[in-house]
Design a protein around this ligand. Structure first.
Ligand SMILES: C[S@@+](CC[C@H](N)C(=O)[O-])C[C@H]1O[C@@H](n2cnc3c(N)ncnc32)[C@H](O)[C@@H]1O
Length: 279
């Protein structure tokens, strides 16, 4: 049995479809799972067909969940100074973090929106295919030692982006910090703001009945093949209001048809106003 054949079978036995993930990445991850369980693909398929709990663990093992607070600080800087600082403070802003992993991206955005006085008007949704990382996100608990560097970036970023405000931000407002237990907990008053929801970008193309002003989908499309990337970008295009923002990862971009439907502005893509738009 080949990896491709396994993935096609997996579709039959589970709610998941990884058959359009990019070959190299999915094969590497599956290889690791096989080594971990000392199995062949045939046994993996049997286990997959028989045990839904195992399938959920498999999703956790084959998705890449790396994330960070203010990952790629220059993107946040661009987003804050060129876009957020120009938004009308009274405007209602709908935001979707697709592929939010364990929540650091969402909480970074909440800090930024709050420091810029925009948070009260925001409705924030954060989704991921992996229930385990969503549970972590909801808990908002991280290792302090892993995030010290991000704190530095946060400070530099916020000093740059909040006009005239050169004082460092007071992190105790957002986090309970416990050095002894190496814990960093995003406080519940902020943690309760986003709605975390399990959602599979591949299978569910109509997860919301509202339009969005900002969609984050960073470091997710890179794991999909070109055809699937196009399908997901099309969904985002449909969900975004005109002049709204799409933020992709550092190594992700728009190609072909959709390149003409957005204007690239630094690291942020802005949806064009296209009349009589037809796919
Ligand atoms: C590398 S993390 C990116 C996290 C965050 N956006 C960032 O840039 O730091 C990729 C996330 O995409 C999620 N993901 C992968 N396939 C997905 C799918 N089909 N639907 C929704 N999320 C998916 C993974 O579970 C993982 O948490």
């Amino acid at each position: 049995m080949t990896y491709k054949e396994y993935l096609l079978e997996l579709k039959k036995y589970s709610p998941y479809d990884f058959s359009e993930y990019s070959d190299s990445s999915i094969q590497r991850r599956l290889q690791k799972v096989l080594e971990m369980h000392n199995m062949k693909l045939e046994n993996l398929l049997k286990r997959t067909a028989e045990d839904p709990g195992f399938v959920e663990q498999l999703v956790n093992d084959i998705t890449v969940n790396t994330t960070d607070f203010f990952r790629d600080p220059e993107v946040w800087e661009d987003y804050a100074s060129n876009f957020l600082s120009k938004i009308n403070k009274k405007k209602k802003i709908n935001i979707w973090h697709a592929g939010c992993s364990s929540g650091q991206e969402v909480y970074s955005n909440i800090i930024l929106l709050n420091e810029l006085g925009l948070l009260d008007n925001c409705q924030i949704f954060a989704t991921d295919i992996n229930q385990q990382v969503l549970n972590q996100a909801k808990g908002g608990t991280y290792r302090l030692s892993n995030n010290i560097k991000s704190f530095d970036s946060m400070n530099r970023l916020l000093q740059l982006s909040v006009d005239g405000c050169l004082k460092p931000i007071d992190f105790s407002k957002y986090f309970d910090i416990n050095e002894a237990s190496d814990k960093l907990v995003f406080k519940s008053e902020w943690r309760d703001i986003p709605t975390f929801k399990k959602h599979d970008l591949v299978q569910e193309t109509k997860p919301f009945d509202i339009k969005f002003d900002i969609v984050f989908c960073r470091n997710v499309l890179i794991y999909f093949n070109v055809g699937l990337q196009g399908k997901i970008i099309r969904m985002f295009h449909d969900y975004l209001n005109v002049s709204s923002l799409l933020l992709l990862g550092h190594h992700e971009s728009l190609s072909g048809f959709f390149k003409t439907k957005f204007t690239k502005n630094g690291n942020v893509f802005v949806k064009n106003n296209t009349f009589n738009f037809k796919y």
